[in-house]
Design a protein around this ligand. Structure first.
Ligand SMILES: C[S@@+](CC[C@H](N)C(=O)[O-])C[C@H]1O[C@@H](n2cnc3c(N)ncnc32)[C@H](O)[C@@H]1O
Length: 424
């Protein structure tokens, strides 16, 4: 019996449309999505199984196969450019419509922001089996390359009558971070996903989801990302997995794909980089290496520390394209009874060269000082352990003046004395 086994089956992905955009999906044989779902969509590879959810009619169309790897703007004019993360699709047999789709996806724990794991893909495929075909015939048909013209069955089927969906115990989906929506980011682990990002034993290693969030907000696939002080290479691992080009330097490289360089002079042309991430030393609190030019040997209680970091900022400004973004991670210092506002001082220097996009508070986790002993000391001797870092998101000015009418703010004032039911 020839059967598509769980091992050999490709993973799946659900794309969405509305009544308005559905026709274009079928006419173009193209599925597309926008930024919030792009990280999962861009993982689609040729041969993956795809399904189309109509959010208005609550119908799940299947089965399709990806006829290409996902790419940006395969057809830039599709949906007036609203859904640029796209994949070409190929119908597999007659397309079936399953109703109550959102409930089905909830039961199978399928979300559009994650690839569908093999077990849940298999379960979905079973539901689309034509009634006149045996399971093994169906799976053989699915595994053949074939090319079927688009034909959509008129009738909508109820998945509850097609299989015992509730009994499935799905394996966790591939772990992908989510796009953060607020200015408070708290990641429980340094890394995510199937492979390590950077080395979580490296002193001062960056939480990988910070870099992931920045590149998905401010760059597109194939854009060039640079990290001039990249330590254990977290930026390289995140960027490679997300299809960005990446160049990383450090004064003392820890692996062959990191170039040796002092970040006060970066060997790249001006206006050539799409995004920069810097997690610089915060002072001389961590021993990174023995290199004499390591800025991490200079105390953040001295002005020299900020002057040397300013040289790095100037270089970042030079190599970054106008209008593009630099993310700079930094924390304050409290040592032997003295507080140093390292974050404020670094921010002040950054504003000499960049406009501020936003300031993010990053919860500090996994710190050596986050132990019962130090918590006890902090309370007994009346000081605070560092609980957060700053992520300054800065933009190289594009030179275009801000249009005044764009800045007209219409605040909606609420009167506390008015009853809740009074229309405002
Ligand atoms: C906080 S660590 C970066 C951690 C890194 N993002 C990671 O995830 O592993 C700061 C890095 O700055 C590097 N560094 C210090 N001075 C430097 C300089 N002058 N040029 C380039 N890198 C430097 C250190 O070697 C160290 O690896």
């Amino acid at each position: 019996m020839l059967q598509l086994s769980k091992k050999s089956i490709a993973q799946g992905q659900v794309f969405a449309c509305t009544n308005k955009s559905e026709n274009e999906c079928f006419e173009r044989l193209l599925f597309g999505t926008n930024r919030p779902y792009a990280p999962a969509a861009m993982r689609v590879r040729k041969g993956d199984f795809l399904f189309l959810l109509n959010l208005d009619s609550d119908i799940l169309y299947g089965v399709f196969k990806a006829a290409s790897d996902a790419k940006m703007n395969i057809q830039p004019e599709a949906w007036n450019g609203k859904y640029p993360y796209q994949v070409k699709v190929q119908p597999i047999g007659k397309i079936t419509q399953l109703k109550d789709a959102k409930k089905l996806l909830t039961v199978l724990d399928i979300k559009r922001s994650f690839p569908i794991n093999k077990e849940a893909t298999m379960k979905l495929l079973e539901l689309y089996r034509p009634s006149n075909s045996q399971m093994d015939e169906w799976f053989q048909f699915l595994s053949e390359p074939g090319s079927t013209p688009l034909e959509i069955s008129k009738e909508t089927k109820s998945w509850e009558l097609l299989g015992d969906v509730k009994q499935i115990s799905v394996q966790p989906n591939e772990e992908i971070p989510t796009l953060e929506a607020t200015t408070l980011w708290d990641f429980p682990k340094q890394s995510y996903g199937k492979t390590p990002k950077g080395n979580n034993k490296y002193p001062g290693v960056t939480p990988a989801a910070i870099i992931w969030n920045l590149i998905w907000r401010y760059t597109d696939p194939r854009d060039l990302v640079v990290d001039p002080m990249c330590g254990s290479g977290t930026t390289i691992d995140v960027c490679k997995e997300e299809g960005r080009r990446v160049i990383c330097y450090d004064i003392s490289p820890t692996r062959p794909d990191i170039l040796q360089n002092d970040s006060r002079k970066i060997p790249l042309q001006e206006n050539s980089v799409d995004m920069i991430f810097v997690d610089s030393p915060y002072g001389d609190n961590v021993k990174y290496n023995e290199h004499p030019n390591c800025i991490g040997k200079i105390s953040s209680e001295t002005e020299l520390f900020y002057d040397e970091l300013e040289k790095v900022m100037k270089e970042c400004h030079r190599i970054l394209k106008s209008g593009k973004v630099l993310g700079w991670l930094i924390g304050d210092q409290w040592v032997k009874g003295r507080f140093t506002p390292v974050g404020f001082k670094v921010y002040q220097k950054l504003t000499k060269y960049f406009d501020t996009v936003d300031v993010i508070c990053i919860a500090r986790r996994g710190q050596a000082s986050h132990t019962g002993l130090w918590y006890n000391r902090a309370r007994r001797f009346n000081f605070f352990l560092r609980g957060f870092k700053y992520l300054f998101i800065m933009r190289k000015p594009s030179g275009e003046p801000v249009k005044l009418e764009q800045r007209m703010v219409k605040w909606k004032y609420y009167d506390r004395n008015r009853s809740k039911n009074t229309p405002s």
